[in-house]
Ligand binder design. Structure first.
Ligand code: HEC
Ligand code: HEC
Ligand code: HEC
Ligand code: HEC
Ligand code: HEC
Ligand code: HEC
Ligand code: HEC
Ligand code: HEC
Length: 465
């Protein structure tokens, strides 16, 4: 592995800058963000650090081999730096090799640990949807009154194959049957992350760890930094490839990787990506290393006059995931600013006529989708007033279709047009939005005319996913 002095200087310098920038905004959970510490790069390892490496090389060779290939191992950052915690930490345990010593470790490593040396990346990350919002979607019962949990957990799979003898984990809303945690632990949690619950021996319980990007750790810190540059290589080349995002951004409700592969950008990546250079130093990855953008290029990487950001909300204008698309504001970002930044990305390779056409197409797509959504809301309101909605939305054709309208077909239409995938924008998108809408209209007309709900859901399992 190459180890250039210039690279080290850049890192030291940027960490130094980062230290200055973060002083004012440091969070109390992250005391190190306030610490204007210079990075000391040790060429060798301390004796304590060596004991971890040596024993683990025998007992856990896979992990050590991966870490050995990382640039951090070459800079002297080892198991000890990331896994040793204070005895008083709520996550402190002792591994087989540490029993009887004064050293405590944890298998859990949050963004707080990384913030000791990478304060800028962590600060940006914490402002993004990948941090608190991602896990809130899967756990925050207090703010949502349990409604979201009820809807998502129970109806989107957690209640599936329920066994009444399975014990609850405290999340089940009142009046709901018990559910099997498997759906959360194997599904939602692995992408979103959830709040880690701890047992008396400082070990995670209720299958709440490991988890995805927004994992909330027992010490109050948030976020797993290894979802894109996976452990223990922590390769930025990996994170720059679209497959890094595809672990989560795929499937019927947010097919971003499918959209990307279909786009002209994806075509170039698939055809020529093997020849592109993915391992350029941070902030020096520029056109020439590649000829078309990946997810990271548009949403994160430094390009032209833009610097790298770990806040993936920064370059977005619209909210393209919720029921109605609005310009981003507050915790979702700043849409007016976002569009300006995203346009700067495109301008590295496209002229203003081309870019403005794409932006206009996206704005029009949002307007078209919103029109359908508003129509659906109007119909639903009337049905509700007349008592023509079933209590259980998943046994009610109209409400089932309403879900597919925004969550599946509508997201595909919006995200397909945002990222230049004609098939997703149209055939998996607007065409199906239109079909779903017409079916909703038919059900609506039937109910209004007959003043009753049809007996069986006309949607059943044939829904347009
Ligand atoms: C740069 C920080 C860093 C270094 C260095 C590091 N780790 Fe990790 N390690 C992590 C992160 C991040 C995770 C994922 C933690 C999570 O999801 O909460 C992790 C998870 C683990 C786990 C638990 C998951 C599993 O697969 O069982 C083990 C074991 C582990 N690391 C061992 C090691 C060993 C051994 C070394 C030294 C060779 C090492 N780590 C070096 C950051 C690091
Ligand atoms: C003498 C051997 C030995 C030494 C020294 C040692 N370990 Fe371990 N460690 C193990 C073994 C074996 C396991 C797997 C069994 C277990 O989880 O206890 C393990 C597990 C771990 C885990 C995962 C724990 C879990 O709950 O999944 C981490 C993290 C870890 N070690 C870090 C360290 C760090 C950091 C050091 C140095 C401070 C260290 N180890 C020193 C042998 C050792
Ligand atoms: C003790 C300080 C320290 C800690 C803690 C630390 N890092 Fe690093 N990290 C470094 C240094 C130094 C480099 C620069 C290595 C180089 O440029 O060759 C680096 C480089 C990196 C890189 C760039 C790798 C590349 O290919 O250029 C990534 C990604 C990274 N760290 C992620 C993390 C994550 C994620 C964590 C927390 C789990 C973490 N680091 C914790 C010191 C640290
Ligand atoms: C394959 C990974 C993955 C799985 C599994 C998954 N999600 Fe998501 N989820 C995502 C992604 C990615 C987004 C962002 C979608 C977008 O931008 O269109 C998202 C968005 C959401 C949102 C909207 C975000 C917000 O802040 O309001 C909610 C709510 C949500 N998911 C809940 C869940 C629940 C509950 C489950 C399990 C029943 C689940 N998700 C399973 C990846 C996943
Ligand atoms: C959504 C994916 C993703 C997540 C989550 C993520 N990173 Fe990164 N990271 C990247 C990408 C992509 C790059 C390369 C950016 C570029 O092209 O310069 C990168 C680069 C880095 C670098 C190299 C220096 C730089 O800023 O370019 C460091 C250090 C780093 N990440 C640390 C972290 C830490 C710490 C966290 C957790 C707070 C984290 N990353 C979470 C995708 C991610
Ligand atoms: C471990 C799963 C995971 C990975 C890997 C991942 N994401 Fe996400 N992403 C999510 C989840 C979950 C959300 C929804 C967050 C929320 O609730 O707002 C999300 C949201 C987003 C959003 C919308 C911002 C918002 O409002 O939340 C963008 C843009 C995004 N991700 C881009 C990326 C890119 C680019 C990569 C790869 C470099 C990536 N993601 C990797 C899980 C992931
Ligand atoms: C050519 C640049 C480009 C590439 C490449 C790209 N995106 Fe996007 N992405 C955009 C634009 C533009 C938008 C819409 C931004 C706006 O609202 O103005 C967007 C929107 C999104 C959203 C929707 C956020 C929301 O509101 O729900 C997600 C998630 C996302 N991208 C993830 C990805 C992932 C994952 C990849 C790679 C598989 C990717 N993007 C590739 C430019 C790109
Ligand atoms: C690194 C260079 C690069 C960046 C950055 C980039 N593109 Fe592209 N884009 C390309 C290349 C190369 C093609 C393929 C041109 C062809 O089909 O001959 C392309 C094709 C397209 C196409 C298909 C239509 C056409 O001209 O063939 C659209 C639409 C598009 N880009 C939009 C965008 C938008 C919007 C952005 C910014 C969010 C963007 N691109 C950023 C390089 C880039």
């Amino acid at each position: 592995m190459k180890y250039s002095p210039v690279k080290i200087l850049i890192v030291i310098f940027s960490l130094f800058l980062a230290g200055i920038i973060t002083i004012a905004t440091a969070d109390t959970q992250y005391p190190n963000l306030a610490n204007k510490k210079e990075l000391i790069i040790k060429r060798g390892y301390t004796k304590e650090a060596l004991t971890c490496i040596e024993c683990h090389a025998k007992k856990m060779p896979g992990t050590v081999e991966a870490w050995k290939t990382s640039s951090m191992s070459h800079a002297g950052v080892s198991c000890y730096d990331c896994h040793v915690v204070e005895k008083i930490s709520p996550m402190a345990v002792q591994c087989e090799g540490m029993k009887g010593t004064n050293t405590y470790i944890s298998p859990m490593v949050s963004s707080k640990t990384c913030s000791r040396c990478h304060p800028l990346e962590v600060e940006q990350f914490l402002k993004s949807g990948h941090a608190k919002l991602a896990s809130k979607a899967v756990m925050d019962i207090s703010k949502t009154g349990g409604k979201l949990i009820k809807l998502q957990y129970h109806y989107e799979g957690a209640g599936f194959m329920d066994k009444p003898d399975l014990k609850l984990d405290g999340f089940t809303p009142k009046g709901m049957p018990a559910y099997n945690r498997a759906a959360r632990a194997s599904g939602c949690q692995m992408c979103h992350g959830t709040k880690v619950e701890m047992g008396p021996d400082n070990k995670p319980i209720n299958e709440t760890w490991p988890g995805g990007v927004g994992t909330r750790y027992p010490d109050g810190s948030v976020g797993t930094c290894s979802v894109c540059h996976t452990r223990h290589k922590f390769s930025i080349a990996e994170a720059r490839k679209p497959e890094a995002c595809a672990a989560c951004h795929l499937g019927p409700d947010h097919p971003d990787i499918e959209i990307f592969y279909e786009s002209k950008h994806g075509q170039q990546y698939l055809a020529h990506g093997d020849d592109w250079k993915f391992d350029s130093a941070p902030d020096t990855w520029e056109p020439g290393d590649y000829t078309a953008p990946t997810c990271a290029t548009c949403h994160m990487s430094g390009i032209g006059e833009l610097s790298t950001t770990h806040n993936i909300n920064e370059r977005l204008k619209w909210d393209l995931m919720h029921k109605k698309s609005v310009i981003r504001s507050g915790e979702r970002g700043d849409g007016e600013k976002g569009v300006k930044l995203m346009v700067k990305v495109c301008a590295n390779c496209h002229g203003s006529t081309h870019i403005q056409t794409q932006r206009a197409t996206l704005d029009n797509s949002v307007a078209l989708y919103n029109k359908y959504w508003e129509g659906a809301v109007k119909m639903k309101k009337e049905l509700k007033e007349k008592g023509l909605l079933k209590k259980d939305p998943w046994r009610d054709g109209f409400q089932e279709l309403e879900y597919y309208l925004w969550h599946h077909t509508g997201r595909r239409a919006r995200q397909g047009s945002a990222m230049n995938a004609p098939d997703y924008a149209h055939w998996h998108g607007f065409f199906q939005v239109f079909q779903v809408y017409l079916d909703m209209e038919d059900i609506y007309n039937y109910r209004i005319k007959n003043n009753k709900i049809e007996e069986l859901s006309t949607v059943m399992s044939s829904a347009p996913y």
